[in-house]
Design a protein around this ligand. Structure first.
Ligand SMILES: [Zn+2]
Length: 139
C-alpha cells in the first residue's frame, strides 16, 4: 500500500468519526464520570446546546472544528473546490453560534464551547469542564 492511499483512508475515517459526533460522546461521558447531572439537546434554548445543566444555568456546545470554523485550528480548512459555497456557509455557521451564545447570556445562561480538537488532551479538558461547571454537589 502506498502512502497516498493510507493518508486518503485516514482522512476518510476522520470524516466518518466526526459525523458520528464522537467528540460529543467523549465530553458527555467525561462530564458524567465527573459526577455532573445534565440533559441533552434542549430544544427550547437558543442553538440547542449539546449538554445542558439546568440547575447551574450552564450549557456546553461541542463543536466540530470544520463546521464551526475554529479559528487558527489545523482541522479548519475551506475546501478549495467550491469556496464560493463554503466561505459564506462556514461564516454563517460562526455568526449563528455567536448569536446563540449572546441570546443565552441575555437570558442568564452561561455557555462553554468545547472544540473537537480539545478532546485529545484529556487532562486539560477535565480542568476546563470543572472550572466552568464548579464543584459537584453531594460528593
Ligand atoms: Zn479545532
Amino acid at each position: 500500500m502506498d502512502s497516498r492511499s493510507i493518508s486518503a483512508r485516514s482522512e476518510n475515517m476522520r470524516r466518518i468519526r466526526s459525523r458520528n459526533t464522537l467528540p460529543e460522546m467523549v465530553v458527555r461521558s467525561m462530564v458524567h464520570a465527573l459526577g455532573y447531572r445534565f440533559r441533552l439537546h434542549q430544544g427550547n434554548l437558543p442553538g440547542r446546546p449539546d449538554i445542558v445543566f439546568p440547575s447551574r444555568k450552564r450549557v456546553i456546545f461541542v463543536h466540530g472544528c470544520f463546521w464551526h470554523a475554529h479559528r487558527g485550528c489545523a482541522r479548519t480548512h475551506v475546501p478549495k473546490t467550491n469556496d464560493a459555497y463554503w466561505v459564506p456557509k462556514l461564516a454563517g455557521n460562526k455568526d449563528r453560534d455567536r448569536r446563540n451564545r449572546r441570546e443565552l447570556a441575555t437570558s442568564g445562561w452561561r455557555s462553554l464551547v468545547i472544540w473537537e480538537c480539545e478532546i485529545q488532551n484529556r487532562g486539560r479538558l477535565i480542568g476546563k469542564l470543572t472550572k466552568f461547571l464548579g464543584p459537584t454537589k453531594g460528593r
